[in-house]
Structures are given as structure tokens and as C-alpha cells.
Design a protein around this ligand. Sequence first.
Ligand code: PHE
Length: 336
Amino acid sequence: MDDIEQELEQIQTEPELAVFHKNYLSKTGKLTMMLAGLKDMLAEQRAEAGKRLNELKRKIEIKFFQKQAALRAKAVNEKLKQDPLIDITIPAINQTQGSLHPITLITRRITEICRSMGFLVVDGNEVVSEFENFDAVNIPSDHPARDMQDTFWLTNGKLLKTQTSAMQNEILKKYGPVVSAIFPGRCYRNEATDARHEFAFFQCEGMMVGKDISIANLIYVLKTILSEVYGKEINVRLRPGFFPFVEPGFEYDASCPFCNGTGKGCNVCKGSGWIELGGCGMIHSNVLEMAGVDSKQYQGFAFGFGLTRLAMMQYAINDVRLLNSGNLEFLRGIKR
Ligand code: PHE
């Protein structure tokens, strides 16, 4: 039996190997025939002989395949060496390295800043329950605020989250009552698509809950994040605004980083010097209580903004649809 192994080891070419296969491993090969011959043996000998033969055949087969792969690689390499038209050492033509998507870049920038300020970065689901997206953030089923967010409902009763606020309850339950977290995520709303609206877009939300957390802290955090993002001092102003999950609630604007708040000839802020960014406020006591946080002892703020919008401003993208288009020319044109 060692002879078969030796014979296999000495083989140097693919045709020789094919002959070996025919002689031993094919349907009419010796090893196959010997296995077939087992049936004529006495029962007590058959078991032992069958085991040995099967083991041998498997061993030979493995060596055969290894040899086959090695010979094939050798043949290909030799062919490449001989062929004057193929030089495998020349680098590929037009080979460019991939790069990060504008949304990824802005998300990473913001999460890096927040992490350095001690915030947890939480990655949420895109499919959430009705409770998480609405009830838990103080939007019960009869609340008109549900109508403002045209929702993609799934057949299993769940939905595609319409806002990152859908994460608040889970985060408070898991990490509360003292927690600082930032949670970027893709959100969905069933709306007609145009240059400024997409049914899938990114938001980023932040939250800080603890003892003695105030609106002053909120303004400081917003100002710090934005100033870091733009590498210059950014001012933040709050205006009264309504969101069912904050009380008091605000809309907030950032001083325009592109004209330094002057508004002069600026088409990003349309001459106003301010850019509307999103909503914020002190987390409603109902929201805290629904997550098991004692609202008498703890309070906190939440803020949200459109990551997609931020990326569009940062990289001067004038059509939101480009971001989901997979258009490589557009992506290559982004000045990072
Ligand atoms: N979830 C709100 C929206 O989608 C934004 C927001 C977040 C407002 C947190 C207040 C606090 O518009």
C-alpha cells in the first residue's frame, strides 16, 4: 500500500496524475475495485478490512487533491513566465483606493468628539417597535404628532424607525439613570423624494441624564460639538419648539460656519447667518418614568439633528438623492 503513496509522490506532471487517478481512484481504479470486492469477504474479516481500505482511500484522495492543486499552480506560473504579453508585476490600471462615504465621515467625526466628552456611542436597530418609536417618547396612538412622521409599517406590526428618539427608552433602561449617550442612525419616512427629501436619511441624537442636568449643560454640549466639527467657535440659539418628548422643547440654530454668522452673500444660510439644525429640550418626565427613571431625582436633555443635512452642508452636496445613489463619480468628487 505504501507503494501507491510513493507512486503519487513521484508524479511531476498533470498528465501523469490523470493516469494515476484512472489507475487507482476512478470507478474502475484498483482502490475502488478493492472496496467493491469487500462484499465477497467473510463478515468478520470484512469490517476490519473495510475500515483499513476506506482510511487508505481517503488518505490517497487527500494527497491526490493536494498534488493536483500544486501541479496546477506550477503550470499556471510557468505559463505566465513564458507569455511575453503578461507581466504580472505591473500594477493594475486605474486602480483607486476606496474611500469613506460622506455620511460615514461626518458620523465618525461627531462620535469621536462625543466619545472624547465621555458619551457612549450606541448603535440602534432600524426596525423598532411601535412602543419604542412612539409611545415611549410620549406619542400615544391618538397623538397628532404621529401624522407628522409618515411611517413605513411592517407586516409584523413593527416599523422602520422614523427618528433616532426611538432609542431613548432602550438606552435609559439599559444604562440609566445616569447616562450620556450619542446615537446616530438611519431613519425612514414615507415621503416623496426630491432634491431635499429622501425616504431614508440619517439623524444623530444625544442625551444626558443625571442629577442637576440643565439647559445650560445642553447649550454647552451643543456648542462644543459644533465648534469641534467646524474647527471654529459656533454659537447656538434656542427657539421655543414642540416635541412631545421634551418639556420645555426647542428648535435650535447654529451660527453659520460658512460665513461666520454674518450672512453676507452666503447661500448656505441664505443670508440669515443661522442654520436650523434640529430639536432639543429637557426630557419629558413621562419619557423618564416609562424607562424606569425616577423623574423627581433625575433629569436630562436630549437633542437631535439631521446628519444627512450636516453632511450635505459640509461637502456642498445639493441633491440629497446623490447620497444613496451609489454613483461613484459623485463619491469621487467629494473633497474630503
Ligand atoms: N426626534 C426629533 C425629530 O426627528 C428631534 C428631536 C430629538 C427633538 C431630541 C427633541 C429632542 O424631529
